[in-house]
Design a protein around this ligand. Structure first.
Ligand code: SAM
Length: 385
């Protein structure tokens, strides 16, 4: 057997970064459990890839592991902080000295009372709300923005670990945290956030690596970002599944509020969601078709697209396929959920869909086929001699 050294080297390089593990997220519609399946459809010659609606950053992390120059984006800033911490970051970690600073009594405490004043006795008891404000004040004392991003990523993840159901679209947090049965099943409900933070920080620190590319994380509406990026080989689009109750800003409002520390928003409804919200363009029936058209028009320079979808979203699979066909050839791949934990409102029996979109093939006609058409008198005389 002839051993091709070049192929072995390429194979080794492809897997060099797979020792690093993506910290398990708790995010509606996160794709960390589908990565091996998605990877099968990535074209071989990819060098630069964009994860346009990155959420937990699971697919961006896969792109980074594959050695691609990775551009990642989400219009919610708490997701961008994960992108800065895990995708853009090559070697900055939080060390013992940083932790001392983050947990010390804050010098600028007075300017940081938003969580205590807004969410005490909704999601947290007073002491935990104060702890969050104090930590948030100290994040601003970390000089390096990547360190700040890592502090946000880990504290935001600690909050989804502590709060029942891992999101903030309900008012049951303290009710469940007082229920011995629930506590027996999930001790995080009563653990101090500081303990959870200290437990999961090493998992994040260990996920930081360099893939020798200049990766970038953005916090923009994708329709504003696309005109500014060039030379991208592959776009991965995983928009919110329209009409499936996937309300990212309703579910994760607290993480965005904590990260942005809003001074100019109201906090409305029982869950105290910030208002006004960012406009997505992809989550309301009235906007979604136009948004997709715009997305595809802005992506014409990117040859290959992978689009995650669900068979219960609007527009339906066939209509969506027709929309894509105006721009790309497309193959529809499907994976059926057997358990009801696909996220984005997916239930058992619903399907995770991947539209594999490639540049349109020109319709060449073989000479023998042309001759057949002439012989059968089907040739349309165009008037040219
Ligand atoms: C289905 S989730 C992505 C999940 C992600 N693939 C993962 O593995 O975690 C959709 C994401 O799109 C983001 N989003 C919605 N509208 C957007 C827009 N117009 N521009 C950029 N991001 C947007 C949401 O914040 C949400 O995180």
């Amino acid at each position: 057997m002839v051993v091709n050294i070049k192929n072995i080297k390429m194979l080794f390089e492809e897997y060099a970064y797979f020792n690093f593990q993506f910290p398990e997220p708790q995010y509606l519609g996160a794709k960390h459990t589908h990565l091996a399946w998605i990877k099968k459809f990535i074209p071989n010659n990819t060098k630069t890839a964009i994860d346009a609606f990155a959420g937990s950053q699971s697919v961006a992390f896969l792109f980074k592991q594959l050695g691609y120059k990775t551009i990642t984006n989400d219009f919610l800033n708490f997701n961008n902080q994960i992108g800065l911490a895990l995708i853009e970051n090559i070697d900055i970690k939080l060390n013992a000295e940083d932790l001392r600073l983050l947990f010390q009594p804050a010098k600028n405490k007075r300017e940081f009372e938003l969580i205590e004043n807004t969410f005490t006795n909704d999601f947290f008891e007073k002491a935990e709300a104060r702890f969050l404000d104090n930590f948030r004040a100290n994040v601003t004392m970390l000089e390096n923005p990547i360190k700040q991003a890592l502090a946000f990523a880990v504290m935001n993840r600690s909050m989804t670990r502590k709060i029942t159901m891992g999101h903030f679209g309900h008012t049951q947090a303290l009710v469940y945290a007082a229920d011995p049965e629930r506590i027996k099943r999930n001790r995080s409900l009563i653990r101090p956030l500081k303990d959870i933070f200290e437990e999961i920080l090493p998992i994040y620190n260990d996920a930081i690596f360099e893939n020798k590319k200049e990766n970038q994380s953005f916090n923009k509406n994708i329709l504003d970002l696309l005109p500014t990026v060039n030379h991208v080989d592959l776009a991965y689009f995983d928009p919110p599944y329209c009409d499936s109750h996937a309300d990212y800003q309703g579910f994760y409002h607290l993480l965005e509020t904590y990260t942005e520390y809003w001074k100019d928003k109201e906090f409305i409804n029982k869950i105290k969601r910030y208002n006004p919200q960012h406009v997505s363009g992809f989550d309301k029936k009235r906007d979604v078709i136009n948004s997709f058209k715009r997305l595809f028009e802005l992506s014409t320079e990117i040859p290959n697209w992978l689009i995650s979808y669900n068979n219960r979203s609007y527009p339906g699979i066939e209509e969506f396929e027709k929309l894509i066909l105006k721009y790309r050839d497309v193959k529809v791949e499907a994976k059926t959920y057997h358990k009801g934990r696909g996220g984005k409102g997916s239930v058992a029996g619903s399907q995770e869909i991947l539209f594999v979109c490639t540049p349109k093939k020109k319709h060449f006609m073989s000479v023998s086929h042309q001759q057949k058409i002439v012989n059968e008198g089907l040739y349309l005389n165009t008037g040219t001699p």
